[in-house]
Ligand binder design. Structure first.
Ligand SMILES: NC(=O)c1ccc[n+]([C@@H]2O[C@H](COP(=O)([O-])OP(=O)(O)OC[C@H]3O[C@@H](n4cnc5c(N)ncnc54)[C@H](O)[C@@H]3O)[C@@H](O)[C@H]2O)c1
Ligand SMILES: O=C(O)CC[C@@H](O)C(=O)O
Length: 529
């Protein structure tokens, strides 16, 4: 049974599928501080949060069973991603579910700003009939959109309907896409100099932090207005207050703050030209349901070891590519495990070669499985597909991937070679055979045909008559039953290998006795989990 902890208020309707799942128990415990979470987290397999819970390294350290952290929303700045990756915890978000809602909030803020709605409302309900609030139209105004991703693009579409001219900047915005959206591709400088309204829709990164600050405010049009429903810190708060005081900025609308919640004496809370909301961008019934449904679905997939999407600490993979790769995951992991068990020395380089059907797809997800297989020998369950590449890197294991080498007649072929620090190289290759499933088809230079399952004994020996008999007799005497056997050699009387599939683990002493038989050079156990 999987245990899921929901530590922020998340839509019940959205997490219904988790609550209905027969293999999942959901506990809702909101408002806990770090120490309280550290106390209870060890029993949970998954943690679901919005933005309130700060998922720190300390919490993950304590979360020994934690496999996934689901963020019901877009921004994952409340989750220590590096710590999660290090521990092999998948972090997923729900990137699409609140796009429209947040766009509408930004638009509502822009309109409220243009027409002083919050200020007028406050006066009116205090009993003052103040008709001095003079607004501006949006029509024919220039809107600068910084960050033309999901939300920025939706804002631009709506602004067009309001008759605004739109300047957009995003490092990934092409002329072609700008044209399609009916906006003008601009630079940040164009935007700050020419916009009547600026709205920011970027994540907070070292590059975007204070991307609007004193130098930008200094060149802005007098009377411009600015909106931030993205992340606190994209606009420099103190520089904004100064620009308002200098009469450069006529008004600002902020949903997000550099520190949330802001202190009671934060200047935004006492400036009549600044309107604020408490990070409500994503707070609609629809968005909260959407993000909770999306995240619950993926959490279930991860817990059940099924393919999933929206991982933040793993690169995205198109579903079509994932469908193609998925049948190879088990084979890949087993090839890695096989190669690792053939080696006794520390691995310095893992070379993976993909050929045939696999030569033209992005095989990175599959590589993660192979590296997991290799590293599992030493890291056990601490390694998974999230952290396998990271672990290889921090352990100075060079991972080299090549594609499109010879298929040797197979429609697909994965070869895994391990170079060890003594200069030795061991190679295992496998394929998925139509109707037969996964097969190991090559070990070092020897062709074989082995199902990578259960317990194997790998023997290297000299090709002499009688060896098979002596091995069979010794194993029989020790109650080790042989289910299948493969021998491989390149030349008669030369180096040879024997791979036996046996019914159970072979005791170490028996392997020792095998190596003492004449002409046997080595006997190793290979097991698949
Ligand atoms: N207020 C809220 O409640 C709320 C709700 C949802 C999302 N958000 C925030 O809104 C922001 C946008 O969300 P989204 O879903 O549109 O994300 P997105 O990833 O679709 O878009 C972000 C865009 O910013 C662009 N970008 C990155 N660096 C940039 C730079 N230096 N200059 C210009 N553009 C840059 C990216 O290329 C990307 O296209 C995020 O910060 C997200 O966390 C806030
Ligand atoms: O959970 C929230 O309400 C915040 C959502 C928003 O900031 C996001 O990044 O998705």
């Amino acid at each position: 049974m999987f245990k899921v902890l929901v530590s922020d208020p998340i839509s019940d309707m959205g997490i219904q599928q988790l609550m209905d799942a027969s293999d999942v128990v959901v506990d809702k415990k909101t408002g806990l501080n770090e120490d309280e979470l550290v106390q209870i987290i060890p029993e949970y397999d998954a943690l679901l949060v919005r933005s309130q819970t700060k998922v720190t390294e300390k919490i993950m350290e304590a979360g020994k069973n934690l496999k996934v952290i689901g963020r019901a929303g877009v921004g994952v700045d409340n989750i220590n991603l590096e710590a999660a990756t290090k521990r092999g915890i998948v972090v997923i978000n729900a990137p699409d579910g609140n796009t429209i809602t947040t766009c509408e909030h930004a638009f509502a803020m822009m309109m409220a700003l243009a027409r002083h709605i919050p200020q007028a409302y406050a006066k009116t309900i205090q009993g003052t009939w103040d008709r001095k609030f003079l607004g501006v139209e949006l029509r024919n105004k220039t809107l600068g959109v910084l960050g033309m991703g999901r939300i920025g693009s939706e804002v631009a579409k709506r602004a067009k309907a309001f008759g605004m001219d739109i300047l957009g900047y995003d490092p990934f915005l092409t002329e072609e896409r700008a044209e399609k959206l009916g906006i003008k591709l601009a630079t940040v400088d164009d935007i700050v100099r020419n916009a009547d309204f600026i709205t920011v829709h970027t994540p907070l990164t070292p590059e975007t932090k204070h991307m609007i600050s004193r130098p930008q405010f200094e060149v802005m049009k007098k009377g411009m207005r600015i909106i931030n429903c993205a992340r606190g810190g994209v606009v420099d708060e103190m520089a904004l207050v100064e620009a308002i005081d200098q009469g450069i900025v006529a008004g600002a609308a902020f949903d997000v703050f550099e520190k949330e919640p802001p202190e009671a004496d934060h200047p935004f809370l006492h400036n009549p030209k600044i309107i604020v909301t408490p990070h409500l961008g994503a707070s609609t019934v629809e968005a909260q349901e959407n993000v909770a449904i999306d995240v619950s679905e993926q959490v279930l997939h991860i817990l059940r070891n099924e393919p999933f999407k929206n991982a933040v600490n793993m690169p995205p993979v198109a579903p079509s590519v994932m469908n193609k790769l998925q049948p190879y995951f088990e084979l890949g992991e087993k090839l890695g495990a096989f190669a690792a068990q053939l080696n006794n020395e520390a691995v310095q380089e893992i070379h993976v070669d993909y050929a045939g059907d696999l030569a033209e797809v992005d095989t990175q997800p599959l590589t993660r499985y192979i590296i997991k297989g290799v590293l599992s020998r030493h890291f056990g369950s601490d390694v998974n597909t999230v952290n396998s590449l990271h672990l290889a890197k921090v352990r100075d294991v060079n991972v080299v991937v090549s594609q499109a080498s010879a298929t040797k007649g197979f429609t697909n072929l994965i070869s895994v070679s391990l170079k060890t620090q003594d200069g030795a190289e061991r190679r295992v290759a496998g394929t998925l055979l139509n109707g037969y499933g996964a097969r190991i088809v090559q070990i070092d230079k020897f062709p074989v045909d082995i199902a990578p399952e259960g317990h194997l004994i790998f023997i290297s020996h000299n090709d002499k008559p009688g060896i098979i008999g002596s091995v069979g007799t010794l194993l029989g005497k020790n109650d080790v039953n042989i289910a299948a056997m493969q021998v491989g050699r390149k030349i008669v009387g030369g180096e040879a290998i024997m791979v036996l599939t046996v019914d159970k683990e072979t005791p170490k002493e028996v392997l020792g006795e095998l190596t003492k038989l004449p002409e046997i050079n080595k006997a190793q156990q290979i097991a698949f989990a």
